[in-house]
Design a protein around this ligand. Structure first.
Ligand SMILES: Cc1cc2nc3c(=O)[nH]c(=O)nc-3n(C[C@H](O)[C@H](O)[C@H](O)COP(=O)(O)OP(=O)(O)OC[C@H]3O[C@@H](n4cnc5c(N)ncnc54)[C@H](O)[C@@H]3O)c2cc1C
Length: 449
């Protein structure tokens, strides 16, 4: 097929701000709110109809503990804690004011959607564009970003800003702006979650065994690894039970196939349950607005976060976030998953069945927490661009741990603060004063260790 040449086009600059944030998951929203609270005028752009990313659009209502592994020290606060307090007032969250096992803090994603709207609308300095798709960026002669081009119902338009944050998960702005991107050899596989009513099985019913029994008859059944949870302030059960193997989530055709394959898996599960338990009134209630992507491309930053340093708690002068979530790697080739926990144990599961436990730390040793630096959010060569979210520059082990939301929420906040510093001091992102980032974060309610 021959290419089509588009004529040059004059584009209207529809909005201007100090900072433009692409992507409205909690990562992007928290970045925007922290920068606005410090005084920046912010534009926040989201391609879907709501904020929250995987937590709302993907139905994943689970954050992890705010405490270190001893359970004695709270290590995460900031906007994560503020949001949990808001959810608590709506009875929409499980206990979070004390240590919880890594199986986490459950919340209601629909109430999170409402509270994220309120959080953003409280900030008069934030202008929001929903249902608006980032399409490309425009460079200044010195290579910095002059504007981004976006599209929505009103057409195509430009947004000018002094500093930009890519919080798109996929790194869409970084990619267009020419930041070198890395595709992992085995990216963690995507999953579509689903919500069901009457998800209550008779005593003794074994979902795994049932799936194996029907696997030949229903070849679309998921691979067998799953987890799920009762949703607070709701009678529904959320199941994260599909897995798309060998999927490049940066490829539009593969993602199209993955969306439909995941729904075939959910359909097969329903057919199986109706056959096996015909009396049970199980019903499918909600499908996600987008398949949940665990891993796509990573940026090349000024310093990659390496698992071996992070899990040795090596000195980290630019630490902006703390976490305890284990290195949790879903295999993209089969039904296995491995957890390297901070208690020193490494467990391998196949289809949710524990198959081995080994130690990665010497006996009786454990790690209280790990830290995430700012440097892995600073794209190499960029002057007015920062990145926060799952595209951060981390190797396989480090990414397996930092990829969860309580960690990325903190990274979003830090990048929002760092962007404000660049604006205030008219400085490149390469020259951010980390001590000041940490101090501003602490003053704004984050726990900085
Ligand atoms: C099935 C599944 C289960 C998980 N379970 C957990 C769990 O239990 N607990 C946990 O903490 N973590 C969990 N994770 C991991 C975690 O949810 C993700 O790593 C995290 O949400 C990634 O955050 P993000 O901000 O980088 O990206 P996302 O949440 O993907 O958000 C990116 C946002 O950018 C927007 N966007 C993208 N492109 C554009 C564009 N071109 N223009 C405008 N907007 C755009 C998207 O619409 C989206 O709102 C899970 C992930 C998956 C997929």
């Amino acid at each position: 097929m021959a290419d089509i040449l588009l004529p040059a086009e004059r584009i209207n600059v529809a909005a201007e701000a100090d900072l433009c944030v692409i992507g409205g998951s909690c990562t992007g929203v928290f970045a925007a709110v922290r920068a606005a609270r410090l005084g920046a005028k912010v534009i926040l752009l989201e391609r879907q109809n709501r904020f929250g990313g995987v937590a709302t659009l993907g139905l994943v209502g689970m954050w992890h503990t705010l405490y270190d592994t001893s359970g004695e020290q709270q290590i995460i606060a900031g906007l994560t804690f503020e949001m949990l307090e808001r959810l608590e007032k709506q009875n929409a969250v499980s206990a979070f004011r004390k240590p919880v096992p890594h199986y986490g803090i459950r919340f209601n994603p629909e109430i999170l959607t409402l509270e994220l709207d309120r959080l953003v609308q409280e900030q008069t300095k934030i202008r929001v564009f929903l249902n608006t798709f980032f399409s490309t960026s425009v460079a200044n002669p010195d290579g910095s970003i002059a504007a981004i081009i976006a599209e929505n119902k009103s057409g195509r338009f430009a947004i000018r800003a002094k500093v930009f944050i890519d919080a798109s998960g996929d790194g869409v702005l970084c990619k267009k702006a020419g930041v070198p991107m890395r595709r992992p050899q085995h990216p963690q596989p995507p999953t579509s979650c689903a919500r069901f009513s009457a998800w209550k099985f008779p005593d003794g019913f074994d979902l795994h065994a049932c799936m194996e029994k029907y696997r030949t008859e229903l070849p679309d059944l998921p691979c067998g690894y799953y987890w799920g949870m009762d949703m607070p302030a709701s009678t529904l059960f959320m199941l994260a039970g599909t897995r798309i193997l060998n999927c490049d989530c940066d490829d539009a055709d593969q993602i199209t196939d993955a969306e439909m394959e995941a729904r075939r898996q959910i359909r097969a599960l329903l057919v199986m349950l109706k056959k096996e338990l015909p009396e049970l009134p199980i019903a499918l209630e909600t499908l996600p607005s987008a398949i949940g992507i665990r891993e796509g491309l990573h940026i090349q930053s000024i310093a990659q976060l390496r698992g071996q340093d992070m899990l040795a708690l090596s000195p980290c002068p630019d630490a902006i976030a703390n976490g305890t979530y284990p290195v949790d790697i879903h295999n993209d080739q089969d039904n296995s998953i491995s957890f390297k926990s901070l208690d020193g144990n490494q467990r391998l599961y196949k289809g949710s069945k524990l198959v081995s436990t080994t130690r990665w730390l010497p006996d009786h040793q454990s790690l209280p927490y790990y830290q995430i630096p700012l440097r892995c959010h600073i794209p190499t060569g960029a002057s007015n661009l920062l990145a926060a979210g799952r595209m951060l520059d981390a190797d396989r082990d480090a990414f397996g741990a930092v990829r969860v939301m309580v960690n990325l929420n903190q990274c979003g906040e830090a990048v929002g603060v760092a962007a404000f510093q660049c604006l205030q001091q008219n400085r490149s992102v390469q020259k951010i004063d980390y001590r000041e980032t940490r101090s501003l974060l602490a003053k704004g309610g984050s726990i900085i260790l």
